[in-house]
Write a protein that binds this ligand. Structure first.
Ligand code: NAI
Length: 342
């Protein structure tokens, strides 16, 4: 049971090697991402394990299917990088639906507090024995209105955390949870929120949901938090909104063009992405490189769930965490009966 593991980091190797011990699953760790140029590395493997920025489009899937790869194991929850329709009937796709929603929700609050209390500035100052407070004035979260878009596993926990700070919560979701918060339309949320936090998936409907059309609708000075997916925000429009003083601060754990940059060390290099460079240069922007998930608890869950998904596949058992294109699109989808999509 040989699995080609793409975009492997040292923490992946530690946790996945431990989880696979004694299971008969052998991971071959490749540092490179899966793309059309690297897909041939998967030849001779039974399965492939990928993360958020690997490219699993129809061309890559065509090649994988040709090599006889039968399973694609995502070691993440989001799957906007996978062409599920191309996989259907050929390659089973499994994921880790939840590994630690607490990790992401807590990181979101960490970013918010860092930003509004200027912790990032204070940290650098005191390291240099500069104890001046000038320019460090923040604001209380207590009594402020936070708008949460996407009230699934992570959004719900973030709402609980915000309530602990005495904030008023507005929410927007395609499928509201009764009694959770005051659900409002997107436009009303944009108009009333002092802080907006994005916790919905990236879909056609949510692409650039913060963009040039919506930024003028935001409350002046709003703080925008994105720990979900980069393309929920049009980064150029955000930059413009910051320059026009509509957006008061932005905290980004994800970025639309992150795949070429995030998870790697570019210190000492010239970064070509002018929009990201300009955003990072802003005093009111904090960027972390898709690290919201990165806790010991989450890494252990990710490794154990992924190995469990692979074991179930090889044992011919039900695939609880299978992503199915067929379920929604094909009448004869078998998932309800056989617990496998095809
Ligand atoms: P979830 O599936 O539990 O919740 C997503 C929610 O968004 C659902 O309630 C859904 O109804 C809602 N939604 C879907 N379309 C919507 C729309 N058009 N407008 C408003 N709401 C909509 O997902 P979970 O686990 O809470 O994750 C949220 C996002 O966080 C994921 O999509 C993923 O991209 C991201 N994520 C980021 C991580 C990081 O390290 N930065 C780690 C894990 C997840």
């Amino acid at each position: 049971m040989k699995i080609a593991f793409f975009d492997a980091k040292e923490y992946d190797i530690v946790h996945f090697s431990a989880a696979a011990e004694g299971t008969g699953i052998a991971f071959k760790f490749f540092e490179t991402k899966l793309t059309a140029d690297t897909v041939q590395l998967a030849e001779g493997y039974d399965g492939v394990c990928v993360f958020v920025n690997d490219v699993v489009d129809s061309a890559v899937i065509e090649k994988l299917a040709g090599y006889g790869v039968g399973i694609l194991a995502l070691r993440c929850a989001g799957y906007n990088n996978v062409d599920l329709s191309s996989c259907y009937g050929r390659i089973h796709v499994v994921r880790v639906p939840a590994y630690s929603p607490y990790a992401v929700a807590e990181h979101t609050m960490a970013l918010l507090l860092t930003s509004i209390r200027r912790i990032h500035k204070a940290y650098n100052r005191t390291k240099d024995f500069n104890f001046s407070l000038s320019g460090l004035t923040g604001f209380d979260l207590h009594g402020k209105t936070v708008g949460v878009i996407g009230t699934g596993k992570i959004g719900k926990i973030f709402i609980e955390i915000c309530r602990g700070f005495g904030m008023h919560v507005l929410a927007h979701d395609k499928y509201p949870t009764e009694g959770l918060a005051e659900y409002v339309s997107r436009d009303e949320l944009f108009r009333r929120s002092d802080i907006i936090s994005l916790h919905c998936p990236l879909t056609e409907d949510t692409y650039h949901l913060i963009g040039s059309e919506t930024i003028p609708k935001l409350k002046k000075g709003v703080v925008i938090l994105n720990t979900s997916r980069g393309a929920l925000i049009d980064a150029e429009a955000l930059l413009d909104g910051i320059k026009r003083r509509i957006v008061g601060a932005a905290c980004l754990d994800v970025y639309e063009e992150e795949s070429e940059l995030f998870f790697r060390d570019f210190s000492g290099h010239i970064v070509e992405d002018d929009v990201l460079a300009r955003l990072i240069s802003m005093p009111n922007v904090i960027v972390t490189s898709h690290q919201a998930f990165l806790t010991e608890e989450a890494l252990t869950n990710i490794a154990e769930t992924t190995v469990g998904n692979l074991k179930a596949y090889f044992a011919g058992e039900a695939l609880e965490n299978e992503l199915c294109y067929g379920c929604n699109k094909v009448e004869e989808c078998k998932k309800a009966r056989s617990k496998r999509c095809f």
